[in-house]
Each structure stands twice: as structure tokens, then as C-alpha cells.
Design a binder for this molecule. Structure first.
Ligand SMILES: *Cc1c(COP(=O)(O)O)cnc(C)c1O
Length: 472
């Protein structure tokens, strides 16, 4: 009997004659197609020849050329499907590090596309036609927006802190408050970064309290810098004491020592009038006479991944010409996206409408409600699912504003035949995966982080899932 089955496996040529084979060949290549056919038929052969082969469990329809090609398609998809794809963020976490943090504004995307498709003036001087300066345009706009004397950009903020310490304090002591020895996202621990930079860590104060006199007592002739880390991802509440930046810089400058501040997710403009709590802006740090301020490009700024370093020219020069700079330098796509994003900041009222991260942070909740209603209207009714729009709270994420809840509207889905976990799992397995959250047994799609242009697609995905259940 097994022999009969083996004989029924179509030949490679017969399989190639099928219409679906043509399509697979176009999607991949002829040799991929043949490799796929060999792999699938080999697998079927193995099953038939297995000791525990049981005719009753074997579907002979699997031996048709067409059905083999379906398996070939799946096999090749599994190998070649890009593993990183666009995703729909329905988690309500605006700066979601695992989902790529900030999404770019339309203008930034266009700028990236331009330099991707064409040669660019990345590092050439138009006047002379000779080699030019990679960061010139960026530096000018960052200086204008922050009031800093000078600026430079590296790959990310972790790199910015590392190179700043390496350039200004390698082989010397860097004084930091114990309350600021933070870990960010599991892979960035301030003490470890300091060690890598070659600076020696000197901890002062207690976790909840540090005084100016602690810094003064720690100072000696081998002190290379004072480091402040903005503990944006947690707060010590209650009985606390922090040193005023202006006081620290005053003392440091008497000793001709730089103060470096790692601001984390730096903001350029105060967002208090939009209901967010106070966070120091980059401009304020510069006003406080901090010598070097570093912050991320893809957190609250809403641009591409980057580490932006601003401050006094004499220190920025040391950083810019440090050998690590070459290893940490940004590529043309980052420069294009950052330049375009920063340009949008010149008109802040427009920026909060056009830069997605800022828009989500500041938009009126009626806009979120509108997106929720639009989605609900597109959904088919199904007796297997209860759908409801409710008020909820979203999060800023990215280690910023840890205590803030942002008002939002969510679509709450209660499946009654499968668990919320199973439904959420299905959503993650789509071609464009959807990431939701689960709360008290319901699937929550948070409209805060769902983009207007994703609603049609999301409705299609949901309808498909509701429909599938009814037909099972
Ligand atoms: C996020 C963060 C970093 C790391 O920044 P990346 O851009 O992810 O490298 C460093 N310090 C602070 C305070 C942060 O919040």
C-alpha cells in the first residue's frame, strides 16, 4: 500500500506544469521553486515510509500537484518572508521600543526616499566641489532650536553618552549621584557605559538625596566631569533632594570641569499646555549652562534613531574629533530624516500636527474617539464577538513620562468562543501583525497609537478573523 502512495507522488515536471508553479516561480525563482518541490516531496515520502505510517490518518489529497505547490509556497514563505515587517501598534504605548519607537513624519519619509534613490550631498562642498562636512546642515538647525553653541549627532543616545565621556573624561573620575545610576531598557546601564568609556565612576549621595556638598567633596584634581542623568523612566517620590543644575555648573566651571547631562528623551518645547507634566527642555539645560547635553532622536523628538549631542563648542570639538566618532557616525538616511524632522520644529503648531509622536502626545481626545468610531463602523457584526468603545489610558513609553496616563479611547473585543490570548495571537500572525493588549480577559485595541491610515487595513484583518470563526 505504501508503494502505491509513493508512486502517486507527482513528478517534478508534472508539478512544474501547474499554474501555481508559474506564480511561485515569479515570486521567488526557478531554483527556489525546484528546491521547494524537492523539500516538500521528500517530506511526504518520509512520512509514507515511516514505521508508524497509518493509512487512515493520511490524506491522499496531499499528493496532488496543486496541494504540493501550496506546501511549497508555505515552505518558501517561511524561508524568505522578511522577518521585519510593518506592524500596527494597538498597544497604546506611543514610544514603543520593540515596535520601533517613533514613526517618521511624511516629510521625513520623503527626505529619506530622496537620498535613497539619488546620490546626495552627504559630505561634499558645493562651492569647491571638494570633500565637505557631513553634519553642517544638521548642526545649524540643532543649534538654532536649542540655543547651543555647537552640536553633533551619533547613532543613538547610548553612543552619545559613551563618546562624550570617552572624549572628555577617559582615565579620569566622573562624579554621579547614586540616585541617577539607572538602567534603561535592560541594555543601557549608566555604570557599564561609564566603564566602557574609560572613565572612573565616583558615586555620591544616597539614592533619594544628594547635595551640592557631595559633589564638592568628591571633587579632586583627577575629576574629569560631573554627569547628570535625567531619570526619565522612574521617579523617586517623597523624601528627596536633588542638586539644582545651575548650582552644580557654577561650581564645576570654577574648577574648569564640564557638566554632562544625559537627558534621555529630550524635548525641544514645553508640552505642559497639552496636559503633560513638566520635563526640562534641551534649551533650559543649555540655559542652565550645562556643558554637554545628550538626548535621543527617536523618543519624544519623534525623529529617526540618533543620539544628539549639544553644548559648548570646545567640548563638542573634542567629541567630534574623537576616534570613536567614526564608529558611531550616522548614515545619510538618518541625517535626511533628522534634518526634515527638525525643520518641521521651526513651526511648532504645525509640528504637533505633522510629527506622529508629537501628534499622539498632544491631540485632543475627540480625535482618538473619532478613529475608534471609524473603525467600529467598518466592522461586521458577529455573534461571536462583543465590541465596545470605551475610555481608557495610554502611555508615553520609551522611558518618558513614566507616571503620566494619557486619555484615550479603545476598542474592547470580547470573543466568546476563544480566549482573548488566542485572539491576540491571531492578530499577531497576520501579514501586517497587530499588537494589542489584554485587560481583564478582553482584547484591547488602543486607538491612541493606531494611525488614521491604518484603520481600513485593521478593519479588514478584524473582519477576516470574525468571519473565520463563524465558518469553522
Ligand atoms: C533612552 C535613554 C538612553 C538610551 O538612548 P538610546 O537612544 O536608546 O541609545 C540613555 N539615557 C536615558 C536617560 C534614556 O532615557
Amino acid at each position: 500500500m505504501q508503494k502505491e502512495y509513493l508512486k502517486s507522488i507527482p513528478s517534478v515536471n508534472d508539478i512544474l506544469a501547474e499554474k501555481l508553479a508559474e506564480k511561485i516561480k515569479n515570486d521567488y525563482s526557478r531554483s527556489d521553486l525546484i528546491e521547494g518541490i524537492r523539500a516538500v516531496t521528500e517530506k511526504i515520502r518520509g512520512e509514507i515510509l515511516a514505521d508508524d505510517f497509518n493509512e487512515d490518518n493520511f490524506e491522499s489529497s496531499r499528493l496532488s500537484a496543486e496541494s504540493i505547490l501550496f506546501e511549497v509556497d508555505k515552505y518558501l514563505k517561511n524561508i524568505y518572508q522578511p522577518k521585519m515587517t510593518a506592524a500596527i501598534n494597538a498597544t497604546g504605548v506611543i514610544i514603543h521600543t520593540n515596535l520601533g519607537r517613533s514613526i517618521l513624519s511624511k516629510k521625513a519619509v520623503e527626505a529619506v526616499q530622496e537620498v535613497a534613490e539619488h546620490y546626495s550631498t552627504l559630505e561634499i562642498d558645493r562651492e569647491s566641489g571638494e570633500r565637505g562636512h557631513r553634519y553642517q546642515a544638521l548642526q545649524d538647525s540643532i543649534k538654532k532650536l536649542t540655543g547651543a553653541e555647537a552640536a553633533v549627532v551619533v547613532n543613538n543616545n547610548a553612543g552619545a553618552v559613551t563618546i562624550a565621556l570617552a572624549a572628555l573624561a577617559a582615565g579620569r573620575e566622573v562624579v554621579i549621584s547614586r540616585g541617577e545610576l539607572v538602567e534603561i531598557g535592560g541594555s543601557f546601564r549608566v555604570p557599564e557605559v561609564m566603564e566602557q568609556s574609560g572613565a572612573d565612576l565616583v558615586e555620591v549621595g544616597a539614592t533619594n538625596k544628594v547635595y551640592l556638598k557631595d559633589y564638592i567633596n568628591a571633587y579632586n584634581e583627577n575629576t574629569g566631569a560631573f554627569l547628570k542623568v535625567h531619570t526619565s523612566n522612574y521617579r523617586i517620590m517623597g523624601f528627596t533632594e536633588m542638586v539644582d543644575a545651575a548650582e552644580l555648573t557654577e561650581f564645576a566651571h570654577k574648577k574648569d570641569i564640564p557638566v554632562i547631562e544625559d537627558l534621555g528623551s529630550g524635548i525641544l518645547f514645553d508640552l505642559q499646555e497639552y496636559g503633560l507634566s513638566y520635563e526640562p527642555t534641551v534649551k533650559e539645560c543649555i540655559k542652565d549652562d550645562i556643558d554637554i547635553v545628550t538626548f535621543s532622536g527617536d523618543k519624544l523628538l519623534g525623529g529617526p534613531q540618533a543620539g544628539i549631542i549639544v553644548g559648548k563648542k570646545k567640548y563638542i570639538d573634542q567629541i567630534e574629533y574623537h576616534p570613536l566618532m567614526r564608529a558611531l557616525r550616522v548614515d545619510k538616511f538618518t541625517i535626511a530624516a533628522l534634518e526634515a524632522t527638525l525643520k518641521q520644529y521651526r513651526d511648532f503648531e504645525k509640528a504637533i500636527k505633522e510629527i506622529p509622536t508629537l501628534k499622539m502626545l498632544t491631540e485632543d481626545e475627540s480625535e482618538v474617539k473619532h478613529r475608534a468610531e471609524k473603525l467600529l463602523n467598518l466592522l461586521k457584526k458577529s455573534k461571536f464577538y462583543k465590541l465596545e468603545i470605551t475610555k481608557d489610558t495610554a502611555k508615553v513609553g520609551g522611558g518618558a513620562y513614566p507616571l503620566i496616563d494619557i486619555n484615550t479611547f479603545v476598542l474592547k473585543i470580547d470573543p466568546d468562543q476563544i480566549s482573548a490570548e488566542e485572539f491576540a495571537y491571531n492578530l499577531r500572525q497576520q501579514d501586517v501583525p497587530v499588537f494589542s493588549r489584554i485587560s481583564e480577559g478582553s482584547v484591547i485595541l488602543d486607538m491612541k497609537t493606531i494611525q488614521e491610515k491604518e484603520i481600513d487595513q485593521l478593519a479588514e484583518i478584524l473582519n477576516d478573523n470574525f468571519w473565520r470563526k463563524e465558518n469553522e
